[in-house]
Design a binder for this molecule. Structure first.
Ligand code: CMP
Length: 142
């Protein structure tokens, strides 16, 4: 089923000039970038995005990390996009991520883990709408 998912290249990976490499991996996995933007999150934006984690011990360090530098946000479209994107990304903990995944190759820790990907249709819809309006989405014509 043709699906959309939401993706972030986090400050650690942007800072290491990995945007092109990571986009290449998405495209090679059959995921098309249909909206994208670079931004530096404010504290309020980061806290709102990660609201479900508020109160967890890693919340404050996570917000500090996510606001430490620019990020790339993108909407990816493709067959089974949510699962495919998560496969390319690998497990949250890089020690558990399969070889060849983005996190196995580039994540330094559970927190500084290079990328974010939506984990369900519901979260993909919420996360896309958090950063993009309908007019930002570019439907592929070829
Ligand atoms: P992400 O996929 O963006 O979703 C929530 C983020 O919180 C996660 O990636 C990690 O960056 C961070 N995170 C999740 N669990 C932990 C943890 N146990 N310790 C530190 N950071 C975590």
């Amino acid at each position: 089923m043709l699906e959309r998912t939401f993706s972030i290249i986090k400050p650690d990976a942007v800072g290491r000039n990995l945007i092109g490499d990571i986009y290449h991996r998405f495209e090679n996995a059959g995921l098309s970038i249909i909206a994208a933007r670079m931004l530096h999150l404010t504290r309020e934006q980061a806290e709102g995005f990660y609201a479900e984690h508020k109160g967890k011990p890693f919340f404050d360090p996570l917000i500090k990390f996510m606001t430490s530098g620019p990020i790339m946000v993108q909407v990816l479209e493709g067959e089974d996009a949510i699962r495919r994107h998560r496969e390319v990304i690998g497990a949250t903990d890089p020690k558990k991520a399969q070889a060849g995944t983005i996190r196995a190759d580039y994540a330094a820790s559970v927190q500084q883990n290079a990328v974010h990907g939506s984990d369900s249709v519901t979260s993909a819809e919420r996360e896309i709408a958090y950063f993009f309006s309908d007019e930002d989405i570019c439907i592929r014509t070829r």
